[in-house]
Design a protein around this ligand. Structure first.
Ligand code: ADP
Length: 161
């Protein structure tokens, strides 16, 4: 069975993340979505809230997905979970530089684990969790960016209900 890990902040999950997860599931039998906890990174949602949103957003493919929280390096989490590959999404050229550095650092740390990149659908190539949070703060329309559960949680969190 081929298992991959898809790590990220997912603060919150967007249609872009979902697009990448579904593309990865065409190649891997199981996908473990790892909600990374980084004390230096301020997040809007708690790790548990992020897990819940991922599970609801991807409910139609949850038979093949597991969602975990980790405060470890992605390569360590990947190895501990028995996975062989790390999945990452590429939106635009701007993502490349960062991903290039991360992949090489990960390779030095754990040479047996490789990274695989999927390019997102055109519709989501400008979409990030940060953009979504910014739109939500100004009460903008979120329907084309995130699933209903995320829209609901953003409104609750920002006191817009
Ligand atoms: P991180 O804090 O690790 O960047 P994110 O939650 O922002 O975590 O993203 C996790 C992964 O998903 C990254 O590889 C990122 O490039 C990818 N990703 C995020 N948004 C999109 C999108 N709209 N299209 C494709 N990939 C995306």
């Amino acid at each position: 069975m081929k298992v991959a890990v898809y790590p990220g902040s997912f603060d919150p999950i967007t249609f872009g993340h979902m697009d990448i997860a579904k593309r990865a599931l065409k190649v891997f039998d199981r996908l473990i979505i790892v909600i990374s906890v980084n004390p230096n990174k301020h997040t809007l949602f708690t790790p548990e809230e992020r897990v819940e949103m991922v599970k609801v957003a991807l409910h139609d493919v949850m038979d093949h997905i597991e969602v975990v929280i980790s405060n470890d390096l992605s390569v360590n989490t990947t190895r501990k979970l028995g996975a062989t590959h790390i999945i990452r999404g590429l939106r635009a050229v701007t993502d490349f530089e960062y991903e290039f550095q991360m992949t090489h650092a990960n390779r030095v740390l754990e040479s047996s684990i490789d990274s695989i990149f999927f390019m997102t659908d055109n519709r989501y190539s400008f979409l990030s969790s940060a953009t979504v949070k910014e739109i939500a703060r100004f009460k903008g329309e979120l329907k084309t960016f995130v699933p209903e559960i995320v829209e609901q949680k953003l409104k609750e969190k920002l006191g817009h209900l």
